[in-house]
Ligand binder design. Structure first.
Ligand SMILES: [Zn+2]
Length: 115
């Protein structure tokens, strides 16, 4: 991968990290509100708790993605970006294009997901 290509991915990852941080801040507020509303309702309002549940899951998956983006940026710093963390092969550019935060090739990802 050329330094130019890596720089492009770095820019995309930085932008994605900014987005995620903003989203997480916004969700954090909504989450506090949802919990506050549910508290006031005294637990009768199951729907309010459901909202809080859904919100929690969104925040969780965004935090997970943020960690992956951070990790990818770290790999750029260390010069290992684009290499599969499972087998050490190059991750195909098309896969990185689709998802710049991936750290495994398709094969290793499948192995990981299969447990
Ligand atoms: Zn691999």
């Amino acid at each position: 991968m050329t330094p130019n290509t890596i720089e492009l991915f770095r820019q995309r990852l930085l932008a994605q990290r900014e987005d995620l941080r903003r989203n997480l801040e916004a969700h954090g507020d909504e989450l506090r509100e949802a919990h506050a509303t549910a508290d006031i309702a005294g637990g009768d309002r199951a729907a309010e708790w459901d909202d809080a549940e859904v919100e929690s899951r969104v925040v969780e998956s965004e935090e997970l993605l943020l960690a992956k983006v951070d990790h990818a940026l770290d790999r750029i710093e260390r010069g290992t970006y684009g290499l599969c963390e499972g087998c050490g092969d190059n991750i195909p550019a098309a896969r990185l294009e689709a998802k710049p935060s991936v750290s495994l090739c398709v094969d290793c990802q499948e192995v990981k997901e299969a447990g």
